[in-house]
Ligand binder design. Structure first.
Ligand SMILES: Cc1cc2nc3c(=O)[nH]c(=O)nc-3n(C[C@H](O)[C@H](O)[C@H](O)COP(=O)(O)O)c2cc1C
Length: 216
């Protein structure tokens, strides 16, 4: 099948876009309002977008509370959403009114961050402390229409890792069991059993293949 996304007539039960761009990492974004009230919510339009300096982004479908707080106070924290915390993170996605702290809703403990005001999730094995850089408003579907998506970029200025997940100088991602978002209401989990490693090819290896193909 093929369909154009302007019409978006896919003929399926739901838009399949997010079932294809999967798994997506979950940025569990905590912020603090101007009044000092904490806010936390999961965002799967989230990813790392650069290193040295380290940058992440999350995208708000509509102008949500995390976006407002990040813009107004200039800081946010991304805690790692894990298998053990899957229900807690889900609870924090409830669309409660602005000014309601979702930490108690998710049965979560707010732990102080090192370099920014928003707390991290104490129960989470890792967290990224971020300084807001800028928001990019994505163009609407039709020129002159209402914008729908705002992408927040932040520089990661501090990284928290629970030392018990560091083995032999490496972070044991499989032991953390991070979860990712798929389409619909589905999730995936990274475990040691589902992880695999592949070494990158050398230029020599790749060029040998080019010669081989050319000789065919
Ligand atoms: C796993 C998961 C991922 C989500 N990803 C996004 C996302 O990328 N963008 C978005 O706008 N909402 C996303 N949501 C919904 C928000 O978490 C929800 O609207 C929440 O109430 C926003 O909270 P806030 O207004 O406090 O920022 C997601 C929900 C879940 C459960």
């Amino acid at each position: 099948m093929f369909y154009g996304t302007i019409e978006n007539k896919h003929g399926l039960k739901h838009d399949p876009f997010k079932a294809i761009v999967a798994p997506r990492p979950i940025g569990w974004i905590s912020t603090v309002s101007r009044d000092g009230i904490c806010n936390i919510a999961p965002y799967s339009f989230f990813n790392a977008v650069g290193e040295k300096p380290h940058y992440v982004m999350f995208s708000s479908s509509g102008r949500k509370d995390s976006l407002k707080n990040a813009e107004e106070t200039g800081e946010f924290v991304c805690s790692l959403a894990t298998w053990d915390l899957r229900h807690n993170q889900n609870m924090t996605s409830a669309s409660v009114p602005y000014g309601v702290d979702e930490f108690p809703i998710g049965d979560l403990t707010a732990a102080p961050s090192h370099l920014v005001k928003p707390p991290r999730v104490k129960e989470s094995p890792a967290a990224l402390e971020c300084k807001f850089w800028k928001t990019v408003e994505l163009p609407p579907l039709h020129p002159g229409g209402e914008p729908k998506n705002w992408v927040v970029f932040g520089q990661v200025v501090g990284v928290y890792i629970d030392d018990s997940y560091v083995n032999g100088g490496m972070v044991d991602t499989g032991a953390m069991r991070p979860i990712g978002r798929l389409g619909y209401m589905d999730y995936a989990v990274v475990t040691p059993e589902t992880m695999f490693a592949i070494d990158r090819p050398s230029v020599e290896e790749a060029m040998a293949k080019v010669k081989l193909r050319a000789a065919e």
